[in-house]
Design a protein around this ligand. Structure first.
Ligand code: 4AD
Ligand code: MG
Length: 462
């Protein structure tokens, strides 16, 4: 008999019909006359209740049906008498695919802590919470492609193995096939990378932007969506060593066009999730964050505040608030500063622009003042920085000068500079941290809980 997904079973048209469902048992309870099984197959947060009339089944048959076991059930879909469910299945046929020993299956009781579940990341997708988070994550990924494809942007795949450090932060994971216990050396005692796989030092990318600019200055507008890697020793609830980033890059966009796109884009994603993941978001709101839906709607329906870094710093200095990291012009803003502006001062998402050039990457367009660059960071409640971007320096001489000032090895950058040598154009782009978006939309508070298998310092399990 053809299987129906549980997501499709709550359909009045199916009432009175024979159905077949397959999934994992969440709970079983009852007495010697009747047994109730809550079954979930991952297609929805909802369980279907299956009723076993114990005149028709033996205790022996039901014995292996324990929490975590997998079954196939055929039966009649009927209206439910029970509270909170619209329909249930009167079982006629039961097949057990796999048992789950109650002594050893780790997800026995409800209400395991998120910390406990992180240690069980191989099984946590079977919980309500992670099922909900992973479905929202998948829907957001789809929304992202939909948004850009419908706007005529092209999906560009940029390399994961690279020889250039886009953000210049020196936080790259090296990629090598050299024997680490017996490194080949040159005559002057340096590692001989000519013997390495690519004949030179390489690493995992921190950003696809530089190659994204090559795409934008040919196809007009592109976006990337892929994994990026950062070997920073940041043990915070907002940093991963492996995270996914969406990086649109557009020719003929200035910083204002860039901000408009960023705002439209995140609002679209949030709206799409609210429209298509309502059950999951309501579940997460109920269990973790009562204000979640209100916060999402609020972001959706308000214009983001736009101001310069210099104005932002002035507000922070005049706030009279005691920050852990003191504020003065030139500092890299900490999450406490960003969150003060967003959550306490403006009570709205904020786009800060025109940061000091010394705290931003080499490729940003330099302002006339000689001190600031045309950067933009989008700051969100509960998250802090969700997007970082800029208008790019399109002038060959200014860009080259900045590369030299920062001692970036030129031999690695010749291809990037060619975009400014041949048909340079004003252009802009930004990067959205995918997990930070998923954090915001799900109301989770730790970034380790919105990616299936988090990689963080000292943790690469599963
Ligand atoms: O601000 P970032 O470093 O900017 C770039 O990489 C630019 N190349 C983007 C561009 O203009 N095309 O990173 C962009 C975003 C951040 O705003 C943040 O949301 C996220 O990526 N991000 C991280 N997310 C999780 N873990 C980390 N360690 C992250 N580092 C940055
Ligand atoms: Mg940034």
């Amino acid at each position: 008999m053809k299987r129906t997904k549980i997501a499709d079973i709550f359909n009045p048209a199916l009432l009175g019909q024979e159905v077949c469902v397959k999934g994992w048992v969440r709970t079983r309870r009852g007495n010697k006359y009747v047994q109730f099984v809550a079954l979930n197959d991952g297609s929805t947060i909802k369980n279907i209740q299956i009723v076993f009339d114990m005149n028709e089944f033996t205790d022996e048959q039901l014995k292996p049906v324990t929490t975590g076991s997998s079954v196939c059930v055929e039966g009649l879909l009927v209206e439910s008498m029970g509270k909170g469910q619209t329909c249930e299945i009167q079982a006629k046929k039961l097949e057990v695919y796999g048992t789950a020993d109650p002594e050893t299956y780790p997800l026995q009781k409800k209400g395991h802590t998120l910390e406990f579940l992180r240690e069980k990341a191989h099984l946590r997708p079977r919980t309500n919470t992670f099922g909900a988070v992973l479905r929202v994550r998948s829907t957001l990924a789809y929304a992202i492609h939909k948004f850009f494809q419908e706007k005529g942007f092209f999906y560009l795949n940029t390399p994961l193995i690279t020889a250039s450090d886009c953000e210049g932060a020196g936080a790259m994971f090296q990629v090598t096939t050299l024997p680490l216990n017996d490194l080949p050396k040159t005559e002057d005692g340096q590692v001989d990378y000519s013997q390495d796989f690519f004949g030179k030092p390489t690493a995992l990318t921190v950003s696809g932007q530089l190659e994204g600019e090559l795409g934008a200055t040919a196809l007009g507008a592109i976006y990337t969506f892929g994994p990026t890697f950062r070997a920073e020793n940041s043990n915070t609830p907002r940093h991963l060593s492996e995270f996914w980033m969406i990086e649109p890059e557009m020719a003929f966009y200035d910083i204002t066009d860039n901000m408009d796109l960023a705002e439209e884009f995140v609002k679209y994603c949030i709206g799409y999730a609210l429209d298509h993941c309502r059950d999951d978001i309501e579940f997460l709101a109920e269990h973790f964050d009562k204000d979640l839906i209100e916060r999402l709607e609020f972001v959706l329906h308000n214009d983001f505040v736009r101001l310069t870094y210099t104005e932002g710093v002035k507000i922070l200095e005049e706030s009279g608030k005691k920050f852990e990291f003191p504020v003065s012009w030139g500092i890299d803003l900490q999450s406490e500063h960003e969150r003060y502006l967003v959550e306490e001062h403006f009570k709205k998402p904020v786009i800060l622009t025109d940061y000091p050039k010394d705290i931003k990457a080499f490729y940003m367009k330099q302002n006339e003042d000689g001190k600031t660059v045309r950067a933009m960071d989008v700051l969100f409640p509960n998250i802090g920085e969700i997007i970082g971007g800029s208008e790019r320096e399109a002038d060959y001489d200014k860009l080259l000068k900045r590369i030299e000032e920062l001692n970036i090895p030129m031999k690695d950058m010749w291809w990037y500079l060619d975009t400014r040598r041949f048909g340079t154009v004003p252009h802009s782009g930004f990067g959205l941290g995918f997990e930070r978006l998923v954090l915001f939309v799900t109301g989770m508070t730790n970034i380790r809980d919105v990616i299936p298998f988090p990689r963080t310092p000292n943790n690469a399990e599963f």
